[in-house]
Design a protein around this ligand. Structure first.
Ligand code: HPA
Ligand SMILES: [Zn+2]
Length: 340
């Protein structure tokens, strides 16, 4: 391990863009299929990994939704999230905001309660075991209707005190933020924060909609905002956090090569960019791997990496006093790791 590798592993950080269903490793997929008596269309773990060659977002989503079908019980959701938190803790993650897609499960007849209670119990364990703070983001699937999103919001009602934010994911192009203006307004009324996937494959216009029509607190991905200097200026002056996911961008062909990834150009343009893993089991790496990959490909030094970690805390949905606690852990780490 190089000095920079170990600096990255130890660097206290938050992960803000993580789909918990996307942390389902092939090994766990097999063991849950067996536990639930379900067949999966792969014979071996190697075959599963070989299927993870995507040329766009939809290619990935088709396989990702098929994989999620092994998740049935509260215990399954608990085990899934517990595995993620353990892996994230090893990467220096001290705060995680995890997204989940209830419709992927309720549409297969799994009760909302099974999904969320399993996740919440793993979150409580992560706090006890690793001292990690965690929050839940409920995502609506944008390829479905706004009416279906309203029904999901209604199902979530008994747990709204344990859900921090609502999000919007799945197939972006053709499903602009405007399609969901009503349900996000309703979520806002209930005190929830809002973060939307925008500008991953969709045009800069979707990022404008997320800001102007939805009032998004954060933008997930946002890569294509870089095509519009006026939008970059706006995101920068309004200090909107972008949750950028380099290995995801590479796997889904949002960038052709990590050597061309815009992460440092984003920071230099004044954008509050952060680094995240998105769907680590599918994209070949957890958050630490994302830091290491862009550090190598773009020649980032400690200054950039620290800025990214700092942005991960200030861009989180934690209350200010908890952000201050995490930032003081970052500062203590930095004081103990002065370049020598
Ligand atoms: O990167 C993503 N984009 C859209 N939907 C998703 N669902 C999981 N990951 C993603
Ligand atoms: Zn995502």
């Amino acid at each position: 391990m190089t000095d920079l590798d170990s600096f990255i592993s130890g660097l206290p950080k938050a992960e803000l863009h993580l789909h918990i269903e996307g942390s389902l490793e092939p090994e766990l997929m097999f063991s849950l299929a067996e536990r639930n008596g379900l067949a999966i269309p792969y014979a071996t773990v190697e075959e599963v990994r070989a299927a993870y060659a995507f040329s766009n977002l939809q290619d990935f989503l088709d396989i990702y939704y098929a994989g999620a079908a092994v998740l049935c019980t509260r215990q399954d959701f608990h085990d899934l999230a517990a595995a993620y938190f353990a892996r994230a803790a090893a990467d220096g993650v001290i705060h995680a905001e995890i997204m989940f897609d209830p419709q992927t499960h309720t549409d297969r007849g799994i009760a909302f309660a099974e999904v969320i209670e399993g996740l919440l119990s793993a979150m409580a364990d992560a706090r006890a075991k690793f001292g990690m703070t965690t929050e839940l983001i409920l995502c609506f699937l944008r390829h479905l209707s706004e009416e279906a999103a309203f029904a999901t919001l209604a199902e979530a009602e008994p747990w709204l005190d344990r859900i921090t934010a609502v999000g919007l994911d799945s197939s972006e192009v053709g499903h602009p933020p405007a399609k969901f203006a009503g349900v996000f307004a309703a979520a806002r009324q209930k005190g929830l924060k809002i973060t939307l996937h925008a500008g991953e494959e969709g045009p800069p216009a979707y990022v404008y909609e997320a800001l102007d029509l939805i009032g998004a607190d954060r933008i997930d991905h946002g890569n294509r905002a870089m095509e519009d200097p006026g939008l970059v200026q706006r995101l920068s002056s309004e200090e909107v956090t972008l949750t950028v996911c380099p290995l995801s961008n590479l796997k889904l062909c949002v960038v052709d090569d990590l050597a061309n990834h815009p992460i440092d150009r984003m920071l230099e343009a004044g954008l509050k960019a952060t680094l995240n893993s998105d769907d680590p089991a599918y994209f070949g790496g957890y958050v630490g791997d994302n830091y290491r990959a862009v550090a190598r490909a773009r020649g980032l030094g400690r200054e950039h990496l620290v800025m990214l970690a700092r942005n991960s805390f200030t861009g989180s949905f934690l209350p200010p006093e908890q952000i201050a606690v995490h930032l003081s852990k970052l500062d203590a780490f930095l004081a103990a790791h002065e370049p020598g």
